[in-house]
Design a protein around this ligand. Structure first.
Ligand code: CP3
Length: 347
């Protein structure tokens, strides 16, 4: 790595990822930079979503906002998983109140075979610049996480053309055009490896792969359409720990923990800590799994539930987090109660 970054002062998160002994579990929250923070809403008034993502100074400022406000043990770069489809020539717009919309989704085999992973890291150089700048600005306070969407989840958006409850068009495309779908998955896998390796060179100290829509696949379809590509990506990343978050894929925990080569698995709240530990035979770091909606409970309840979560996962090989992204309507004090409960655990 060519950069000379400031020395890391808090390595709790990296130690938990390596399975080393920790004084208490580290804590961060998925989507911790976002709409529940008033300082984010101020910037949101002035710049569009992709202006914020594509301007390294803004992405850096937004990444550090939750670190200043809540002092969790890790930062995650402000960006989006849909940057990779953009680099593959899919137009993505974020429509307020609706979510992402693709102007030219994949509608037929020709569209699918036209997806070619080329110069992905170069096209997304703004993300690398944001990562390097953020590493400098964080000044070693906490490690910085890079991320990407998993091929299956990106495929969902690229074919469906928008968010959906069941991604019926994307699933239908798999079954109707398996060869064309496999082509897209392979190109997405190549693009993702290229992208994550560039993020690591730019300064990302861990990477997380979001397979947010794993849970809409049957176990057999997950094995065919998601798992091989996830494993290819984790197998290609040797330099930093990899966190795999395959939401809803409770049935795959055993395989993900023994075969994927990941350092940690993200767990959603539909799985009990005991089930997750049993399936992974205590062999891997687990991250999660507070139900984000429970952050709307009164603060004493949040404290009780967060303590109970830690007791059940145990303090070692564990990273406290939510089971999915924080919601826009969570009061900042409630998010702080969650983070502080973990930080004060055992004191
Ligand atoms: O976690 C972080 O703080 C880092 C930033 C981050 C964002 N998106 C910023 C964002 C991360 C890690 C993501 C990942 C992402 N993006 C996923 C996987 C994680 C998950 O939640 O399952 C997915 C599926 C997306 C695609 C996406 N981007 C959707 C569906 C939406 C709209 C839904 C929503 O929350 O509004 C986005 C927009 C988005 N990405 C916002 C943020 C802060 C909201 C933008 C805004 O309205 O200001």
């Amino acid at each position: 790595m060519s950069q000379n970054f400031p020395k890391l002062k808090n390595d709790l998160f990296l130690r938990a990822l390596k399975g080393e002994k920790v004084e208490r579990p580290p804590v961060w929250m998925m989507r911790q930079a976002g709409r529940y923070l008033p300082q984010y809403m101020e910037l949101r008034k002035k710049y569009s979503f992709f202006e914020r993502v594509e301007t390294p100074e803004l992405a850096c400022e937004i990444t550090i906002q939750p670190i200043d406000e809540l002092e969790p043990d890790a930062a995650i770069i402000f960006s989006d998983i849909l940057t990779v489809p953009q680099a593959l020539n899919i137009d993505v717009e974020l429509v307020p109140g609706k979510g992402p919309v693709m102007g030219n989704p994949i509608q037929n085999e020709d569209d699918a075979f036209a997806v070619i992973a080329e110069d992905v890291a170069e096209k997304l150089d703004h993300v690398m610049k944001a990562i390097t700048l953020t590493r400098m600005e964080l000044n070693g306070r906490v490690p910085l996480i890079g991320f990407a969407g998993a091929p299956w989840t990106l495929f969902c958006y690229m074919v469906q053309g928008e968010g959906s409850r069941n991604f019926d068009k994307a699933k239908a495309f798999l079954y109707q055009h398996p060869d064309a779908s496999r082509h897209v998955m392979k190109e997405l896998t190549k693009a993702t490896i290229d992208y994550l390796q560039a993020q690591i060179r730019a300064g990302a100290q861990t990477v997380q792969i979001f397979d947010s829509w794993a849970g809409i696949l049957s176990p057999d379809d997950f094995n065919e359409w998601a798992l091989p590509y996830l494993m290819e990506i984790t197998g290609a990343i040797k330099e930093v720990p990899v966190i795999l978050f395959a939401k809803g894929a409770w049935y795959a925990l055993e395989r993900l923990s023994f075969k994927s080569g990941a350092s940690a698995l993200g767990i959603d709240w539909v799985i009990s800590p005991e089930f997750a530990r049993e399936k992974t035979r205590n062999s891997i770091t687990l991250q999660g799994n507070f139900d984000p909606t429970q952050l709307l409970a009164p603060i004493p309840e949040i404290e009780k539930k967060a303590k109970r979560m830690i007791q059940r996962f145990g303090t070692q090989r564990y990273i406290a987090n939510l089971g999915h992204g924080i919601l826009p309507n969570i009061p900042v004090d409630h998010a702080r109660a969650f983070v502080d409960t973990v930080k004060n655990y055992g004191k």
